[in-house]
Design a protein around this ligand. Structure first.
Ligand code: PMP
Length: 413
């Protein structure tokens, strides 16, 4: 008990930092449980966006003038905060992208320029988001490489023995999420990376759902690539991060061509800039790079250990309340290691119908396939209701959801 106490969060104080949470929807207090899709922004982040445009807005890396240098310094400071946050060894191993989807497309597209050949194998898992499936499918179609898929068990955990069987010298890359957005499963990524390395394969971790909820150390994990999106960790939309090991990023050809990514251009030949600029063609999302740093500072002030402990409390409480109040509930995803996501179905009611009724009672949940259609197909369902928590959610909001669900169930059955 003592350990939990020192990790306690002052949620009421934290909620004051998030203006959007203090509104009514359909005359009821908003309970925002769609954090796996996107998180809300604290006032420091909102202010930092405005401050950027009021004080230093200009283009980066190219101007000799005062504002351009200020903007460049602030943007590169953002990169440096990201480096520290992931414990990457060097700033130039942090590439700014548009988001996880863009990061994965970057890697797949670059690999497709000569590094993957017919008969090579790429392994993904049944738990993947479409953005960690489709780019690899496209790469396989383009190159003749073969896509292999790690199966899941009934609890929504990856079957590690099957993963081991899929690995071979033909495996060039394994791409798996750290945490599943649809079920909340936390995958044993460190172990999986070590196994991929044992056959000489690279490992890309989709960290969209892990970085906002737990400490991630890319060096301790020995990840070759690790990616996350700013908007899921209380920062602006339209920005993502791709971490890559220096030696691998050096080996990869550029993704897109344009300004920023060149050393010298002639009509005969172009030479490319060094890292990270080689992968950052065009004017970047400057303001978001600056502000993501502020969002990460905010998260680190609260502390990811405390956030993880509190969110676990919410997960346990929510699961227990749902189990105790609904005899016909079916949880989809009951992994031993889970992040703060609850996916479920009530009897044979379509999740969409409940989602719409919950919205009328102020509760924002997600319904549908969560961009994981193959996973839903595996469970033989069209989709689920999903409540995903952040550290600003409360047990009272969970009670509000349980009450609303009971009403919705009565209306629909
Ligand atoms: N992977 C996972 C696990 C996700 O949850 C998401 C977003 N739902 C993505 C990838 C895609 O992220 P983005 O839309 O920010 O590119």
């Amino acid at each position: 008990m003592e350990a939990t106490k020192t990790l306690e969060l002052n949620v009421e104080e934290i909620r004051k930092d998030f203006p959007i949470l203090h509104q009514k929807v359909e005359g009821r207090p908003l309970a925002y449980f769609d954090n796996a899709a996107s998180t809300q922004k604290p006032q420091v982040v909102i202010d930092a966006i405005s401050e950027y445009y009021q004080t230093i807005n200009s283009n980066v890396h190219r101007g000799v003038h005062h504002l351009s240098q200020k903007a460049t310094d602030a943007f590169e400071k953002g990169r440096s905060i990201v480096r520290k946050h992931l414990n990457a060894a060097q700033n130039h191993e942090i590439i700014f992208t548009k988001g996880v989807t863009d990061s994965i497309n970057l890697v797949a597209s670059s690999l497709g320029k000569g590094l993957i050949k017919e008969g090579d194998e790429i392994i993904i898992s049944t738990l993947e988001h479409h953005s960690n499936i489709v780019p690899w499918q496209m790469l396989c179609q383009q190159t003749g490489a073969v896509l292999k898929v790690i199966p899941v068990n009934d609890a929504g955990e990856l079957v590690q023995e099957e993963y081991e069987k899929l690995l071979s010298r033909k495996t060039k890359l394994v791409a798996v999420n750290h945490v599943s957005n649809a079920l909340g499963t936390v995958n044993p990524i460190a172990d999986m990376i070590a196994k991929a390395h044992a056959v000489g394969a690279w490992f890309l971790v989709d960290g969209a759902q892990s970085v906002p909820h737990m400490k991630v150390d890319v060096q301790a994990l020995d990840a070759d690539f690790y990616t996350f999106s700013s908007h899921k960790i209380f920062g602006p939309t339209g920005l993502g991060v791709l971490y890559g090991k220096e030696s691998i990023l050096e080996e990869l050809p550029p993704y897109q061509g344009g300004g920023e990514m060149i050393a010298e251009v002639t009509f005969e030949k172009t030479t490319y800039a060094g890292l990270p600029h080689k992968f950052e063609a065009g004017t970047p999302h400057i303001e978001a790079g600056v502000v993501l740093g502020k969002a990460l500072d905010y998260v680190n002030t609260i502390g990811l250990d405390r956030i993880a402990a509190y969110e676990k409390e919410l997960l346990d409480y929510g699961t227990e309340q749902l189990r105790n109040n609904f005899s016909n509930i079916r949880f989809i995803g009951e992994a031993k290691e889970k992040a703060s996501v609850i996916s479920f179905l009530l009897g044979d009611i379509h999740p969409y119908d409940i989602g719409v009724l919950l919205d009328k009672m102020g509760i924002a949940t997600r319904t549908g396939h969560h961009c994981t259609q193959p996973l839903m197909k595996h469970f033989g369902i069209p989709g689920t209701m999903r409540a995903s928590f952040a550290f600003y959610n409360t047990k009272a909001e969970i009670d509000q959801m349980v009450e609303a669900l009971a009403k919705a169930e009565m209306m629909l059955s």
